[in-house]
Each structure stands twice: as C-alpha cells, then as structure tokens.
Design a protein around this ligand. Structure first.
Ligand SMILES: Cc1cc2nc3c(=O)[nH]c(=O)nc-3n(C[C@H](O)[C@H](O)[C@H](O)COP(=O)(O)OP(=O)(O)OC[C@H]3O[C@@H](n4cnc5c(N)ncnc54)[C@H](O)[C@@H]3O)c2cc1C
Length: 448
C-alpha cells in the first residue's frame, strides 16, 4: 500500500481527538490531518453517551474544585456551549436544565453556604437554596417515603434554568469530525478499525504502525487515546516516570424520572474520587442515573473482554515509588472501606442493597425495587501517578517534550475540557511546524 503523509495525525477518535481535528481544521493553516481510531466508529469508549455522566463540568457545583481550577474549566466548558450554538445543536444533544450541589447535615450545609459566598462572583447566576426552597424545586431530595421532610438540615447551591448542563459527548464528537471534514481546503481523513501499535520517528517523520497495516506517516502526532495514551507513550520511551491506575465508574438507573435536574453532593476531602450524584439520563428517557462508582480495575477499557489487561500492567509500571503513592493515598481506612464498598456495588444482589443506602443521601425515599444496575454503562478513568513527585494526579496529564509528539491522558473532566486541550495542543503543533494558529478567530468564535 502506498504511504499517505499528513501534517498531523491524531491517534484516537474520542472527543479529545475530535475537538483537536476541528480546531486544526478551522483555526490553523494546517492542511492535512488524519484521525486513526482502533474501533469501528468514533467515541465508542469513555466519550460514549452512556459511558460518562453527561455533565458539562463548569466548576460551579463541583465541590472538589478550587476556585482556580473552576476558572480554568469554566473557560473550556463555555467553549462547548459556544460551539453548539454556532452549529445549531442546542436541544439536539446539548440541553439546559437545573443543577445543584447539596449539603446534608449541619457541617455540609455550612460548607455549601461558604462556597456559595466565594463562588457567586465567578458564577453570578448561582443561587442558594434552603430546605424550604428545595421542597419546591427538587422535592425528592427532601421528603421521605411517608411524605415527611427528612430530619437533617439540607442546603443547595445551583441554578434552575439558563445553564447548559447536560450533553451527549459521543454525539458531539461525530459533529466535530464531520465539521472538520467539511472545512474548505482541508483534508481530514478518518481511519477506523486501525489500532495503532507503534509510532517510530525517523529523521523528522513519524511512521505509524497499525494492526491492519495502513501506511501512514506524519510531521506531528498527537495521541488522544484516553486510557491507552500512556501505554503508547511508554512504547515510544516517553513518560517513564508516570504510571496509570484505572478507576472504572458504573451507574444504577431508576425505573422512573425521580429528579428534576442534576444533584451533586459534597465530596469527602479524604477521597480522591467525585461523590455520587443523581441526574436525568439523556439516553434513558430522563430516568435518574446514580453514579459513578469508583471501581479499581486491571484493564484500560471495559466491555471488551480481557484484551487490555497486559496493557494495563505495562502502563502501571509498578515500582517501589508507585507502592508508596498507593500507601499514601489508599492506606487510610476510610479510603480502603470506600474502595471495598465500591467493589461490592458490582455484586449482583448485595450490590443493589448497598448502593441504595448511599443513594438515600440524595433521595431518602428511594427503595431497592426502584433501581437496577445499568448494564453496559460506565467507562474507565486512568488516573496518573507521578513517580518523581510521589503524587496521584487527580486531573488530566500530558506529555509534550517539544519533539513533535504529544500524549494526552484525560480522566474527568476531560470531555468538558476538550476545546481547552485542543487549543493548547494546536498552539504547540503550530509553533513546532512553523504554522499559524488564528487565535483571534478562535477567541471570537469559541471564547467571547
Ligand atoms: C464514569 C465516568 C464519568 C465521567 N463523567 C464525565 C462528565 O460528566 N463530564 C466530563 O467532562 N467528563 C467525564 N468523564 C471523563 C470523560 O469521559 C473523558 O475525559 C473523555 O471521554 C476522554 O475523551 P478522550 O477522547 O480523551 O478518550 P476516549 O473517549 O477514551 O477516546 C479514546 C479513543 O482512542 C481510541 N484508541 C485507544 N487506543 C488506540 C490505539 N492504540 N489506536 C487507535 N485508537 C486508539 C479508543 O478506541 C477511543 O476511541 C467521565 C469518565 C468516566 C469514566
């Protein structure tokens, strides 16, 4: 087969790869781009609508974000809404709705009150809800099965309307690639069923070897392969100081619509994972979806058998330093109990019994017979360990040694930050290749 050469090759057809292809096609003078994806379609792993929580994390109700992290994610989250407005996707796969974070009991209520005072400057639309207001706008959060208000104090902060809260990131990915392909004067080829096995640099050129033996080379490669990015980096000799552990997230669904909007809870600061939340599921008729759980798993992807188990162990790159980070993060008995509980949530009968106890913190009247395990839902968050800093990184990670190749590792909120990451990568690519990034057009169309 004759070799095809591109200025930029993107490995991975999830939302990160899609947003980068769109950004390069629309806002740079790069003319030839290819996306190489190992499965039969775009967004079949973590970006798929049923794999994640469908939340545009803009930082207002995420109680684990500091104000600085909130500012950063807000800018990227706003770009998603701008993109969807520009292309008339509102109401198609992105929706407005009610959302809130609630505190239950005196100390969490005090936390919500303090947070509201700090965050209302950055998010002027934020409202504070006391227990009486919550009775009206999200009654299931307050009343028990006898119709009596729960005994503890409850407060919330959030917004009732006017904010884009919910999105099918998988559907958005398809539009990103379609729009990149429609851009005048640009080539954006998509190779499906093409698993990248190795990337070799010879001189200034990268040669990409795939399982189905397509012949592709590039001046620049961006690996947007989600949980697999670090595995490919290690194969190329990059990121040897990094390790990945995989935390899968599962969900339970209710048989009816119970909540009017998204209800998040205050995160336990000891736990390195987001607290359970409940919200109407776009792809399950608006029935309430609870989750995600936090299940440690020796695989890079779910629902595909055991084929990614060896890749998991290669990415884990286990050393005494990794053991130390494990001990520092998971040695605490509260964290260990949390992880054990999350393993138990997967058990066929016991899992539901245990899970419903946790869900009662959001909906006190919920019963075992109201929920069922959402089979086939959920994905994997690859959390990165930095062995040099002896640190478990809770957000995204990136390797860019200014050598013509970038690797992005994208646990939550990686889908929300897809345009922020694409902008940053487009700037690096253009600077390396001597191309132009049209920052003004990008600002005007996606930021202002
Ligand atoms: C339970 C859960 C809930 C979440 N909730 C949210 C949320 O509400 N909001 C939010 O913003 N984020 C959320 N996230 C995070 C979000 O889903 C991810 O950050 C995002 O989907 C990452 O997109 P990606 O394109 O980087 O990776 P992926 O979607 O994983 O895509 C990677 C792509 O690369 C392909 N690939 C892998 N290896 C190769 C290879 N060797 N060759 C070719 N192709 C390859 C894969 O097939 C895949 O298509 C959640 C994640 C989980 C697991």
């Amino acid at each position: 087969m004759q070799e095809k050469h591109y200025e930029v090759v993107i490995v991975g057809g999830g939302i990160s790869g899609g947003a980068l292809a769109y950004t390069l096609a629309q806002y740079t003078d790069i003319k030839s781009i290819a996306i190489i994806e190992k499965y039969e379609g775009l967004a079949t792993l973590n970006t798929k609508g049923t794999a994640n929580s469908q939340t545009i994390h803009c930082g207002d109700i995420e109680t684990n974000y500091t104000i600085d992290k909130a500012k950063k994610v807000k800018r990227a989250a706003d770009m998603i809404a701008k993109y969807c407005k520009k292309h008339d996707y509102i109401g198609k796969f992105i929706f407005e709705g009610q959302k809130m974070a609630i505190g239950v009991g005196d100390s969490e209520v005090a936390f919500i009150k303090d947070r509201y005072e700090v965050f209302k400057e950055l998010y002027p639309y934020l409202e504070f809800y006391d227990k009486d207001k919550l009775k009206q706008i999200e009654p299931k959060v307050i009343f028990d099965s006898n119709g009596n208000p729960r005994p503890e104090d409850v407060a919330g902060l959030g917004v009732q309307s006017g904010a884009y809260t919910t999105i099918d990131f998988g559907a958005m990915t398809n539009t990103l690639v379609e729009n990149a392909q429609k851009t005048k004067g640009k080539i954006c080829d998509l190779y499906l069923n093409s698993e990248v096995q190795n990337i070799t640099k010879v001189g200034d050129k990268f040669y990409i070897r795939t399982a189905n033996k397509i012949s592709v080379s590039a001046d620049f490669v961006v690996v947007d392969a989600g949980a697999h990015s670090l595995w490919l980096a290690h194969k190329m000799g990059y990121g040897k100081n990094l390790s990945a552990i995989c935390i899968a997230g599962s969900f339970y669904l209710t048989k009816q619509k119970l909540l009017n909007g998204k209800v998040y809870m205050v995160q336990n600061p000891k736990l390195p994972f987001a607290a359970l939340h409940g919200d109407p599921d776009l792809l399950a008729d608006g029935c309430t979806r609870f989750g995600p759980t936090a299940l440690t798993m020796p695989k890079l992807e779910r629902y595909k058998g055991c084929r990614s188990v060896p890749e998991f162990f290669q990415s884990l790159n286990f050393t005494p330093k990794v053991a130390k980070v494990f001990w520092n993060n998971f040695g605490d008995s509260d964290v260990r109990n949390f992880l054990m509980r999350n393993i138990a949530f997967e058990a066929p009968v016991l899992g539901k019994k245990l899970f419903v106890k946790n869900a009662k913190k959001i909906i006190p009247s919920i019963r075992e017979e109201d929920i069922y395990y959402a089979k086939g839902f959920g994905g994997v968050r690859a959390q990165i360990i930095d062995q040099d800093k002896l640190e478990l990184l809770l957000g995204e990670a990136r390797i860019d040694d200014n050598n013509g190749v970038i690797f992005n590792m994208t646990p939550s909120p990686g889908a929300t930050s897809c345009f922020g990451n694409a902008e940053r990568d487009a700037i690096s690519i253009c600077s390396f290749l001597g191309k132009k990034f049209d920052a003004e057009k990008f600002e005007n169309e996606l930021v202002k």
